[in-house]
Design a protein around this ligand. Structure first.
Ligand SMILES: [Fe+2]
Length: 201
C-alpha cells in the first residue's frame, strides 16, 4: 500500500493574503507545521495499522484507532478551515445560504451568536463547524472537541472555525472573541454556499 495517501493541500491564497486579520507568520506556522503534523500522523498511523495486520499483532489497536481518528480528522478539518477563509470574505452570505441559515437559525446574527458561544465555551481544544445534516435537511452547529469528538455522524461541515490555541494565540493571545470576530471578517460565505449546494444536490 502507498505510504502517504494523505498530502498537505495547497492553500487557496498566499501566506500573506489574509493579513492583517490573520498574519503571515501565524498562517505559515499553522499550515506548514500544525496541519502538516496531522497529515504525517495520519499516514504513519495507516502504516502502523498495515504492519499490525501483517503481523497479526493487535496489542496497540486501541491507540492506533484513536490516533487514526485524531490525525485524520485534524487533516480534514484543517483542509476545510483554509477553504473557509478568503481575503475577500466577510459580509453576509448570498441568497441560497442566507435563506437556509434563516430557516434553520432565525437569522445570520443568530447563527453567529451560537457559533461564538460554542467557540468560547469549548473546554480545551476544538472546533466549531457549520454543518449540513442531510437526515433532517438542516444546517446545524457542531462544537467539536479535539478534532474528532462530540461530532454527529453523517453531518457534513461547510465552514470550520479552528479554536485550538495554535490557531490564534500567536496573534490574538487569549482574546478568543477578537479571533472569532476576525474569522467572520474572513469567512468565505460563497465557498460555503458552493459546498452546501453540492451536499443538497
Ligand atoms: Fe489548527
Amino acid at each position: 500500500m502507498a505510504n502517504s495517501p494523505y498530502t498537505l493541500p495547497s492553500l487557496p491564497y498566499g501566506l500573506a493574503d489574509l493579513a492583517p486579520a490573520y498574519s503571515e507568520e501565524l498562517l505559515e506556522l499553522h499550515y506548514s507545521k500544525h496541519h502538516q503534523a496531522y497529515v504525517n500522523g495520519a499516514n504513519a498511523t495507516l502504516q502502523k495499522l498495515a504492519d499490525a495486520r501483517a503481523d497479526n499483532a493487535y496489542e496497540h489497536i486501541n491507540g492506533l484507532q484513536k490516533n487514526l481518528a485524531f490525525h485524520l480528522s485534524g487533516h480534514v478539518l484543517h483542509s476545510l478551515f483554509w477553504q473557509s477563509m478568503t481575503a475577500q470574505g466577510g459580509g453576509e452570505p448570498s441568497a441560497v445560504l442566507q435563506a437556509q441559515i434563516k430557516a434553520d437559525f432565525g437569522s445570520v446574527d443568530d447563527l453567529r451568536n451560537q457559533v461564538a458561544a460554542a467557540a468560547k465555551g469549548l473546554q480545551g481544544s476544538g472546533w466549531v463547524c457549520l454543518s449540513w445534516d442531510g437526515l433532517s435537511e438542516k444546517l446545524i452547529v457542531q462544537q467539536i472537541q479535539d478534532h474528532q469528538s462530540n461530532a454527529a455522524h453523517g453531518a457534513q461541515s461547510i465552514l470550520a472555525l479552528d479554536m485550538w490555541e495554535h490557531a490564534y494565540y500567536l496573534q490574538y493571545q487569549n482574546a478568543k472573541a477578537k479571533w472569532i470576530e476576525a474569522y467572520w471578517d474572513l469567512a468565505d460565505w460563497a465557498g460555503a454556499e458552493d459546498r452546501l449546494k453540492l451536499l443538497k444536490g
